[in-house]
Design a protein around this ligand. Structure first.
Ligand SMILES: Nc1nc2c(ncn2[C@@H]2O[C@H](COP(=O)(O)OP(=O)(O)OP(=O)(O)O)[C@@H](O)[C@H]2O)c(=O)[nH]1
Ligand SMILES: [Mg+2]
Length: 373
């Protein structure tokens, strides 16, 4: 269902909070909706209105209850809105109930993330990884859905090759396709792994961090490269690897990688299918964990990145936490961060601030780690 003028897809974003969690102030609705709004914007949706509901219990059928659904439907009609994007995960049958009750396509945050990945995937490998993640996400939900894959209308709206192909699959074909993609990806992984081995003993540094932290900007600056940088989420999907020269007196050569950004609740199927892309992280000797210092939720984001590092079995690797975008914060904020995080380093990749200091810190760490071997 492509909509309206210039293909702008008008959407309401909706978050349903559990009242208990909300009372314990474990959730910040504004932050959650801000991120969902940015995800929608990146995926090409215009967010017309944000809704949050605090519910004691989730109404199984339509998730938000028929009364609320009815009133959303009426507003949507006036606003020309064709999509409801939920921050919450919905089951296949809940999606059906919402769509039947409102005539509006119901999407979830996970589907928006998958959609962005599909838009961004440029190389064959990235395309296969996204297709695999999509199929594995949709597969268990097919049972709950009235329709089969070939009939999902607006659905995930995957664009390009991968998307159009999805629509023809029934469950059996989806299974076959999953198998084929896995086989192909493991071949790609084997040859990539051989490539990595052939780099010998070179010290490997990987830049990790939340999406939009400035990883590619830093990578470009450190290696005088021109990897794509954008103020949107998931600008980078493929890993870029270059040589990094450090130290003037005793030159040291390292290999540095820029890779896909992390996000809170990164769909598991994506983490799984991007394992080979993330191998550069898993096999690194040192991780630069880049954090946007101007972000209000530094702490949460640090924890989320750490939990993905753990999920991909990289938590044994030494990391340096680097706070970026210091041009966007004042002294008070900076002091607050330095008291909370020992040994922190503050830089601006965009404005080339403290980059020499960072290079020195990377070099010191390499020399230190080499001593340990
Ligand atoms: N103000 C400010 N903006 C920065 C700085 N470094 C990067 N940015 C901006 O932050 C945005 C994201 O930068 P990227 O380098 O694409 O971020 P990334 O971490 O690679 O993002 P993904 O690949 O999407 O995960 C861009 O608009 C950059 O110009 C900085 O030091 N200060
Ligand atoms: Mg990037």
């Amino acid at each position: 269902m492509e909509s309206n003028v210039n293909n702008i897809k008008k959407a309401y974003i909706i978050f349903v909070a559990d009242s208990k969690q909300y009372r314990n102030s474990k959730i910040n609705i504004d932050n959650i909706l801000d991120e969902l709004s940015m995800l929608c914007d990146t995926a090409g949706y215009e967010v017309v209105e944000r809704y949050s509901f605090i519910q004691q219990k989730i109404t199984a059928g339509t998730y938000i209850g028929t009364g609320k659904l009815e009133s959303l439907k009426e507003s949507a009609l006036t606003d020309n809105v064709e999509y409801f994007v939920f921050d919450n995960e919905l089951s296949g049958s809940q999606v059906n109930a919402i769509e039947e009750g409102s005539n509006i396509t119901a999407l979830t945050r996970t589907e928006i993330i998958l959609e962005i990945f599909a838009m961004r995937a440029k190389t064959m490998t990235a395309k296969m990884q996204v297709e695999l993640a999509f199929l594995e996400f949709e597969y268990p939900r097919l049972k709950g859905k009235r329709t089969n894959l070939s009939q999902i209308k607006g659905g995930i709206g995957l664009r390009g090759g991968a998307g159009e192909k999805q629509l023809e699959y029934d469950r059996r074909r989806a299974r076959e396709r999953i198998h084929k993609l896995k086989t192909q990806l493991s071949k790609v992984e084997k040859s990539a792994s051989t490539g990595r081995k052939s780099r010998g003993n070179a010290f490997r540094v990987a830049i990790v961090g939340y999406t939009n932290a400035g990883k590619s900007t830093l990578f470009n600056l450190l290696c005088k490269e021109s990897v794509y940088v954008e103020d949107k989420l998931f600008a980078t999907l493929d890993t870029h690897t270059r040589k990094l020269y450090l130290g003037d007196d005793t030159p040291v050569e390292a290999i540095i990688s820029d890779t896909v950004g992390f996000i809170d609740r990164l769909p598991h199927t994506l983490v799984a299918s991007f394992k080979s892309t993330l191998s550069e992280v898993v096999e690194a000797d040192l991780l630069l964990h880049l954090v946007d210092a101007s972000d209000e939720n530094i702490n949460d984001k640090l924890i989320q990145v750490e939990s993905i590092i753990k999920e991909i079995d990289a938590s044994h690797i030494k990391r340096i936490v680097v706070f970026n975008k210091i041009d966007n914060i004042d002294e008070v904020q900076k002091n607050k961060i330095s008291t909370s995080y020992d040994d922190s380093i503050f830089i601006s990749a965009k404005n080339n601030i403290n980059i020499e200091m960072l290079r020195k810190k990377i070099l010191d760490n390499i020399l230190e780690l080499r001593k340990e071997i």
